[in-house]
Structure formats: structure tokens, C-alpha cells
Design a protein around this ligand. Sequence first.
Ligand SMILES: Cc1cc2nc3c(=O)[nH]c(=O)nc-3n(C[C@H](O)[C@H](O)[C@H](O)COP(=O)(O)OP(=O)(O)OC[C@H]3O[C@@H](n4cnc5c(N)ncnc54)[C@H](O)[C@@H]3O)c2cc1C
Length: 296
Amino acid sequence: MQIAIIGGGVGGLTSAIYALRAGCQVTIFEQYGYGGITATLTDIENYPGVPKANGFDLTQQMLQQAKELGAKTIRKKVVSVVEKDNHFVISTTKDQHVADAVVVASGTRRNNLGFEQPFVGKGVSYCATCDGNFYSGQVVAVAGSGAHAVNEALYLANLARKVYLVADKPLKADQLLLDKLENASNLEVLADSNVVEVNGQDKLQQIKVMCNGNLKDLDVDGLFVAVGASPQTEFLPDTVAKEKGYLVVDATMQTTHKGIFACGDVTNGNLKQIVSACSDGAKAGWYSAKYVKMKK
Ligand SMILES: Cc1cc2nc3c(=O)[nH]c(=O)nc-3n(C[C@H](O)[C@H](O)[C@H](O)COP(=O)(O)OP(=O)(O)OC[C@H]3O[C@@H](n4cnc5c(N)ncnc54)[C@H](O)[C@@H]3O)c2cc1C
């Protein structure tokens, strides 16, 4: 293959479309489902030209478009990328593949609190759009203070009877979201607070919250953890420079390792959005194709 794309989210899929249209052979490696995070979103309101988009539909169309242009897809996790004899050897959990260039589009993985593991799938979740329906009419808490946490809390406020937003830091989100938060009557923000313990028998029943220095018990049916994310880059060689874990890229989306490009949430770009991942992906696809052609 000429270009290996690691990650089948919107960044990777757009990258594939641009590299294929530039005449290259492309293989997309994806460990889970194509479409990445975007495929799990039900209401996207800021993708230009589509005022209300369903993430699954949007990404399946991108995948279809890439496949129709000739993209090969491999449903496996990439575990290492090594440069050997002017080529890149991409190892998955099962086999090895060789490519002339690599586009890293592996996004981020959600952080955890460190102690909630026993209740994951039994009251603890990392995705309100995926699991929120299970808590219809019930009491839930969201841990986190960023835009993602605020989004999760607002989404849940439409389903649950009561939502606690346990915020360790001052809330950091668009004014529009903060206004919506203010108007949600069943949503209570616990400022300067941390979830410190999760308890229950077979499933989650209670969380302990350190709230302004006081320990508080909250009876909840669900806890949604939204405490940030970390870039997925462990399969890359050390020669690829990072900034706070995110891949450093130049204006052509090339990393500090020649022939390895990157796009989307895994890069050190500020805006972590679908439209920016697509824009990065277009550049990474186009410039990696240019790189492959110059290599010949
Ligand atoms: C709750 C939530 C709501 C959001 N809402 C919006 C919104 O309304 N509008 C908006 O513009 N943005 C929104 N975003 C942000 C947007 O979803 C992301 O910016 C976008 O999905 C980034 O795309 P990506 O392709 O870079 O990464 P991802 O979508 O994370 O895709 C990366 C893919 O790479 C795969 N992968 C990772 N490592 C490997 C490996 N080793 N081998 C193989 N595959 C691998 C993953 O499985 C994944 O499918 C939201 C994000 C969240 C969390």
C-alpha cells in the first residue's frame, strides 16, 4: 500500500478521500467502529451545510465515499509503526503491512477517575449519548468541568429526573452552553467538588463527593465520567515529537518524523471539532499523497 491511515474517525476518513482522489492506494486501520467519536453523536449542530446532523449517518456516508474511491479497510488495532528500508512497517494485533507514508488519525481516549472500574457498565459510563437512555427518569451525576462535561450534563438533563454536575474546576464551555445549563431546572452544579468514591452492591448506588472541603453522599443511579481525554499515540516511534502528549505537526500536517502525517484530535491543534478534523484530514491526505509521489 502507499498510504496507511491509522484511525477511521472523521479525520482518517477525510484523509482517505483526499489521498485516494490524488491517485494513491490507501488502507484505513480501525480498531473499533468506523466514524470514531463522531459516529456516537446524535445531534451535531455545527457541521457547515448540515444544521442538524446525525453522526452515525454522516460518518457512514464518509466511509462509503472512501470505499467507493477504492479505500481498503482493516478492522484491527495498530500496535506499532517502525521505519525500515525507506518504508513503514505497520504491525497490528495480528499481522504486518508495509506503507510508503502514514497518516495518524487515532484521536483521543477518555480519561478515568482511577477507581470507578468495578462499576463500568454497571452504572458508570463515559458516553451520555451512548448510555443516557438507560437512565431515563433516574438520578445521575457527571464528573468534569470542561465543555464535554457540560454537554453530557445537558444531554442527560433531557432524560434524567435529576443531574448533578460535579465540577472540580470553574466550568469551561461556550457561553451558549453555560446559558442552557443555567436554564435547566433539574441540573445542579456542585462547584469546587470531586467524586472521591463510588459505592454499590451489584451496581452503582452512591457516590461520595468532596464538596468545598465537606464530604457528601449522593444517591445516584448513574455516573458519567467526563474528565478529559488523552491522545492515542503509544504505537508511534519516539522520533515523533509531542506537546503535552499531542502530535506536533507543521502546515502540511507532517509530524517531526518525515513521512508520518497526522490529523484531527490527536494533533496539537487547538480546535478539537469535526470540521477541524476534516480540514486537517484533507491536508494530511493531500500532502501525504504528494510525499509518496515525490518519493518514487
Ligand atoms: C461528547 C462529545 C460531543 C462532541 N460534539 C461535537 C459537536 O457537536 N461538533 C463537533 O464539531 N465536534 C464535536 N465533538 C468533537 C469531535 O467528535 C471530534 O473532534 C472528532 O471526532 C475528532 O475526530 P478524529 O477523527 O480526530 O478522532 P476520533 O473520532 O477519536 O477517531 C479516532 C479513531 O481512531 C481509532 N484508533 C485509535 N487508535 C487506534 C489504533 N491503534 N489502531 C486502529 N485504530 C485506532 C479509534 O478507534 C477511533 O475510531 C464532540 C466530542 C465529544 C466527546
